[in-house]
Structures are given as structure tokens and as C-alpha cells.
Design a protein around this ligand. Structure first.
Ligand code: FMN
Length: 196
């Protein structure tokens, strides 16, 4: 099984395409990120990694709050814009026609057109190197009704985008494969081991 080494790289596939929102210099700013993830389920926490030079970085530091917005694939132009322009030079929400709303926090602007919105309070800040890792406690979760099926957020409807680290490109979500625990059912049975 030949493999090519790439040196130390954060090649964890797939990475989500997310838009972080925060108030910077008194105005909402939105920045696309791929270095984001779930950090804890109870209490619910997420992490975002921002380079210190991003305009949004100082807004998160100052307000100690941020939002995470999940854009559906139909929002690729706006998402790309928020990831390739800086709020220092343009009001991205105005330029893209993004509608803003607020939840419990007054300093975590969220995007109406995104399928899922999380408003978060910073609980940990880790300066790791190029990026600062912010861990945020989720204080509220919003899912637009049209993306809900039988009371659950439906990823097939949301159609989130995927970021391909290494090739620097957007991909769409793939096909449904199986519910968790189905694929390994026979193997668990073979070893007579129960599901955790
Ligand atoms: C798909 C994509 C993913 C990105 N991921 C990150 C990320 O995880 N962290 C980061 O600091 N910048 C990331 N960026 C770069 C910022 O979005 C970009 O530098 C942006 O212009 C910064 O905006 P701001 O200066 O208004 O904060 C990403 C850009 C794109 C297009």
C-alpha cells in the first residue's frame, strides 16, 4: 500500500464550510472558515480557529462572543465573498445582501439565509500559532424550518458545503450511506460485542 508523505499537515477530511459572525468596530462582520468543529456535546461547545490578522479576530476577542452560521450550497457566492474579502474594506453583509438577526446575545450577529445558526460565548482562547482557537459555549441553536424533517435538522436538505484542505476547493455533500451502528452490525455480532 504505497503512501506519499506530505509532512505535518492538518489533513482531516472533510472540513466544514462555515461563516463566523461577530461585531467588529461596532458593526457586524462575517468571515468564512473551514477550521471549525464540535468541541463538546455536554455542555455544547464548538471551536473556531482564526488567524490573528483576520478583522473578525479582534471582534471575537473584544466581545467574547461569536456566531457560527452553516451556509447551504446555494450560498456559495456569498460564502466565497466572506472568505476572500476583509471587513476592513467592505461591509460584507450589505455587499452580499445578507440579512442579520440576533438571538439571546446582542453581540453575535447571525445570517438569516444560513440554514443553521449557533450563538456562542467564548469560554477558552488558545493562541496556538498562526491561528487562535476559540472555544465557544453554544447558548442557542437556530435551524430554519424548511431544513427540518420530523423534528430533526436534515442534512440532506441543508446541503452544507465541504472544504477540501490541500486543494483549496469547495465540494458538495455526498450521498446518504447508512445510519450509525448499521454498517458494523455484523462485525460487532461476530465478536459478540455490544454497541456503546
Ligand atoms: C473556504 C475558506 C475557508 C477559510 N477558513 C479560514 C479559517 O478556518 N480560519 C481563518 O482564519 N481564515 C479562514 N479563511 C480566510 C478568511 O475567510 C479570509 O481571510 C477573510 O477575508 C477574512 O475576513 P476578515 O478580515 O473580514 O475577518 C478561509 C477562507 C475560505 C475561502
Amino acid at each position: 500500500m504505497p503512501k506519499t508523505t506530505f509532512g505535518p499537515k492538518p489533513f482531516m477530511y472533510p472540513a466544514p464550510v462555515l461563516i463566523v459572525g461577530a461585531i467588529v468596530d461596532g458593526k457586524p462582520n462575517f468571515t468564512t472558515i473551514a477550521w471549525g468543529g464540535v468541541a463538546c456535546s455536554d455542555p455544547p461547545m464548538v471551536s473556531i480557529a482564526l488567524r490573528a490578522e483576520r478583522y473578525i479576530h479582534d471582534g471575537v476577542i473584544e466581545s467574547q462572543t461569536f456566531s457560527v452560521n452553516v451556509p447551504p450550497k446555494g450560498l456559495i457566492i456569498e460564502t466565497d465573498f466572506c472568505g476572500t474579502t476583509t471587513g476592513r474594506k467592505i461591509n460584507k453583509a450589505e455587499a452580499c445582501g445578507l440579512d442579520i438577526f440576533y438571538g439571546k446575545l446582542e453581540s453575535a450577529p447571525m445570517i438569516e439565509q444560513c440554514a443553521v445558526n449557533l450563538e456562542c460565548e467564548v469560554v477558552h482562547t488558545l493562541k496556538l500559532g498562526a491561528h487562535t482557537l476559540f472555544v465557544g459555549k453554544v447558548v442557542e441553536t437556530f435551524v430554519e424550518n424548511k431544513y427540518i424533517t420530523e423534528g430533526k435538522a436534515d442534512i440532506a436538505k441543508i446541503q452544507p458545503m465541504i472544504y477540501a484542505t490541500g486543494t483549496n476547493a469547495y465540494f458538495a455533500l455526498g450521498d446518504f450511506m447508512a445510519g450509525v451502528s448499521g454498517p458494523a452490525k455484523d462485525l460487532r455480532k461476530k465478536f459478540q460485542i455490544g454497541r456503546e
